[in-house]
Structures are given as structure tokens and as C-alpha cells.
Write a protein that binds this ligand. Structure first.
Ligand SMILES: NC(=O)c1ccc[n+]([C@@H]2O[C@H](COP(=O)([O-])OP(=O)(O)OC[C@H]3O[C@@H](n4cnc5c(N)ncnc54)[C@H](O)[C@@H]3O)[C@@H](O)[C@H]2O)c1
Length: 376
């Protein structure tokens, strides 16, 4: 049904995934060692006269300083601004202070922003680019697996409010995305697993082939073997790009990307965001699979495969026993993604295919949550 832009073998280590959004189309470049090619490629693209790297305090030292030098070596007018790493920084105050720093350092309408970091950097730098002097170009340089397979693709930008995550933001597309899989080597295992949960999700909602790759090659993936890592990043980007191209502003189809996220978000919120997003989504995907079985649209064998692949990748599949089903249900009923007062659940009718349903009652949801807790 959807366009396969990535081959099913992993003999290639470099991939280009096009994101087809008419005049806002762009390419995602994927592979090891891209950082070394980046400056020359950017220069060829001739996006801007000045480049501002926006990054966080961790990535600044890991990669930012080197990138700044590589840009300077190409004779480019490059600068760097950063903020303390972590979701706590993802707020309007940080946007305002970065913008003021940029103004004071001479950033103008001939400037392009290079978003170097994980999803927090990507979301904020893209948001800032979309409003700075009414909008300047930006490029995504994602450095976490989650950012490479998810947040850098699709054009959602934003910051959090004390009232909730991502409540202020825009849709804005980058000019190009460079996903250098080599930079993932320094990523803590917990962060790698965060991204892997989203890769599993893409397999479940859209690609039996990706799902099988994850089942068969878990260890190679955890070890970040280049061909397979490149392959799963490219395949994930191709799936997200295809969905986004069909539904850029989340009118319908794009909602299937929320598979596992309704219960997952409730778990995160109930835990006061002390459980990692990917871990919460993994538990949420098991809940969504069991709901699908309950609705009679998925076989128990396939639900078991979903649970098993998550376990193999080191992700949790049981909801901790101290969570109350009624509290989780209450949070899902107030999710900002609800439409017209109804909670939409993404269910799976076979591995590789998802459906949106809004006919899930509190009782069946409570039963499934209790089953997920009983797996402890
Ligand atoms: N825009 C979207 O469509 C979208 C989709 C999914 C998630 N998000 C957002 O993404 C954010 C989460 O992103 P994240 O998980 O990348 O978190 P993050 O940006 O906080 O990065 C996680 C940690 O890894 C560090 N790090 C980054 N690259 C590294 C590297 N190569 N080596 C070692 N450490 C590195 C960071 O400094 C940080 O401490 C959330 O704010 C979420 O809302 C956005």
C-alpha cells in the first residue's frame, strides 16, 4: 500500500529517504560518518549566509565543538548557542533566551539554524526557526535514535507548558535531515531503547518486514551494527515520511503513529514523568495489543510476538503494580489528542496494520490494564 523507499536487505549502509511535501519536500540522509560530509554538503545547498548551531550542554561538547570547526574549515560563518540538557529546558523561557543570544550575536534573516541534538533540541530549535524574524530555514542533525527515527521527521515543533507537554508549537519542515548513525555510539543504552520502542511501533503499524528484522536481529541492533542500524533508521523514517506526506497536519492517518501512546502517555503522566517515554510506550503497546485481542481483531499469537520483541530489546512490558487502572483511564480520557470528547485508541489488526477505534469502554480498558499489571 505505501511506497517502499528502502530495500528489504541491509547491504547498504547509506540511505536517502525523500519526504514528499510538495514545495516543502526534503531529504533525510542516513548513514555512518555523515558529520564529516555535512559542512561541504550544506555549503552546496547554499541555504544561508550564517549558520547557528543550537544544541544542548551534553551534545555541545560531544559533537558541537567539532561541528563548529568543520563549518569554519569550509569557510562558513558559523556560531553556536546552547542550553542545559533535559526536558526541563523545553519551555518558552529557553526559546526567548536563545533568541536574544542569537540577536546579540548578529543572527538575521540570512541565517539558518542547525538543530544538533536529541528531540528536545530538535523540537525547540525548529520552533525557534519557525518564529525567529518570522521564520528562517533550519536543518535537523538528530543525535539520539528517537530523534533520528521520530522527532526530526514530520515537522512538529514546540515547547512544554507547566500544564502539559508540547502545548505551544508550530508545524515547520526542515530543509534537510542528516542522521549520522555513528553518533549513536555515545548514547546511553536507556536512550537507545527509548528510540527502539518507536521503531517497534513502526513495524507494528506499517511493516511486517521491519518487525521481523527486529525479532531476528535484536542483539545486532543493540550493538549498533552499522548496516542494520542504518536499515532500521531508514525504514522507520520512510514509514513516518509516508504517513506525514499523506497527512501533514494530523487530520486522520497520522494518528496511527500514536499506537501505544494513549496508555503510554497516561503511564508517563501518572509517574510524574519519572518513567522514560520509550518504556511507557512499550507498556502502552502491550496494552494496545491486548485491547486488539479483546476486540477480536488480533490473534493472541501476534500479541505475544509484540510482547516478546519488546522484551528482547530490553523494554518493559508490564505496567508496575502500584499504578491504579482508574487513574490511568482518567488521564486517557483527558488526553489533549482526544477529538470531540472521544478517546481514540490505535489498535492493531495484524502485525503491520493499524486501525483507529473510539469504542473502547472503561471496563475493557481497566481489564486490560490489570492484565498488564499481572504480568509482573
Ligand atoms: N516533534 C516530534 O514529532 C516529536 C516526536 C517524538 C518526540 N518528540 C520530543 O522529543 C523529546 C525527546 O527526545 P530525546 O529522547 O532525543 O531526548 P533528549 O533530546 O533530551 O536527549 C536525551 C539525552 O541524550 C543526550 N544526547 C543526545 N545525543 C547524544 C549522543 N549522541 N550521545 C550521548 N548523549 C546524547 C541529550 O543531551 C539528553 O541528555 C521530547 O521532548 C518529545 O516531546 C518530538
Amino acid at each position: 500500500m505505501h511506497k517502499e523507499t528502502v530495500s528489504t536487505e541491509f547491504e547498504h549502509v547509506w540511505h536517502i529517504v525523500p519526504v514528499d511535501l510538495k514545495e516543502r519536500s526534503y531529504d533525510i540522509l542516513i548513514g555512518p560518518g555523515l558529520f564529516l560530509e555535512l559542512a561541504a554538503d550544506l555549503k552546496r545547498m547554499d541555504l544561508a549566509q550564517k549558520y547557528f548551531i543550537i544544541t544542548d550542554s551534553n551534545v555541545r561538547d560531544l559533537l558541537g565543538v567539532d561541528l563548529l570547526r568543520l563549518l569554519a574549515d569550509e569557510g562558513m560563518d558559523a556560531h553556536m548557542v546552547s542550553f542545559p540538557a533535559g526536558e526541563e529546558s523545553k519551555k518558552m523561557d529557553t526559546i526567548v533566551s536563545l533568541a536574544r543570544e542569537m540577536v546579540n550575536m548578529g543572527a538575521d534573516r540570512s541565517t539558518a539554524i542547525l538543530a544538533l541534538g536529541g528531540g528536545v533540541v530538535g523540537d525547540m530549535a525548529a520552533f525557534l526557526a519557525s518564529i525567529y524574524m518570522r521564520g528562517i530555514p533550519f536543518v535537523q542533525l538528530p543525535t539520539t535514535l528517537l530523534a533520528q527515527v521520530d522527532s526530526s521527521v514530520g515537522g512538529k515543533t514546540g515547547v512544554d507548558l507547566p500544564e502539559g507537554k508540547n502545548l505551544l508549537g508550530t508545524f515547520a519542515q526542515p530543509k534537510r535531515v542528516y542522521a549520522d548513525i555513528g553518533v549513536l555510539a555515545s548514547l546511553p543504552l536507556k536512550e537507545l531503547r527509548n528510540g527502539l520502542a518507536e521503531v517497534v511501533k513502526y513495524g507494528i503499524i506499517r511493516s511486517p518486514e521491519l518487525f521481523e528484522t527486529l525479532e531476528r536481529h535484536g542483539t545486532q541492533i543493540i550493538n549498533l551494527e552499522p548496516e542494520i542500524t542504518s536499515h532500521i533508521v531508514a525504514k522507520s523514517c520512510a514509514i513516518k515520511a509516508d504517513i506525514v506526506a499523506r497527512d501533514e497536519l494530523e487530520g486522520g492517518l497520522r494518528r496511527i503513529l500514536n499506537f501505544g501512546h494513549t496508555v503510554g502517555h497516561a503511564i508517563e503522566a501518572a509517574a510524574g514523568y519519572q518513567i522514560a517515554h520509550g518504556e511507557a510506550v512499550a507498556m502502552g503497546m502491550v496494552a494496545a495489543a491486548l485491547l486488539s485481542v479483546k476486540k477480536g481483531i488480533l490473534s493472541m499469537d501476534e500479541a505475544d510476538r509484540i510482547k516478546k520483541v519488546l522484551e528482547q530489546l530490553g523494554l518493559p512490558v508490564a505496567i508496575p503494580p502500584d499504578f491504579s487502572a482508574s487513574e490511568l483511564i482518567n488521564i486517557t480520557r483527558h488526553d489533549k489528542k482526544n477529538v470531540g470528547g472521544r478517546t481514540h485508541f490505535v489498535l492493531c489488526n495484524s502485525i503491520g496494520s493499524a486501525v483507529i477505534r473510539d469504542d473502547i469502554g472503561d471496563e475493557e480498558l481497566a481489564e486490560v490494564i490489570e492484565r498488564c499489571k499481572a504480568q509482573n
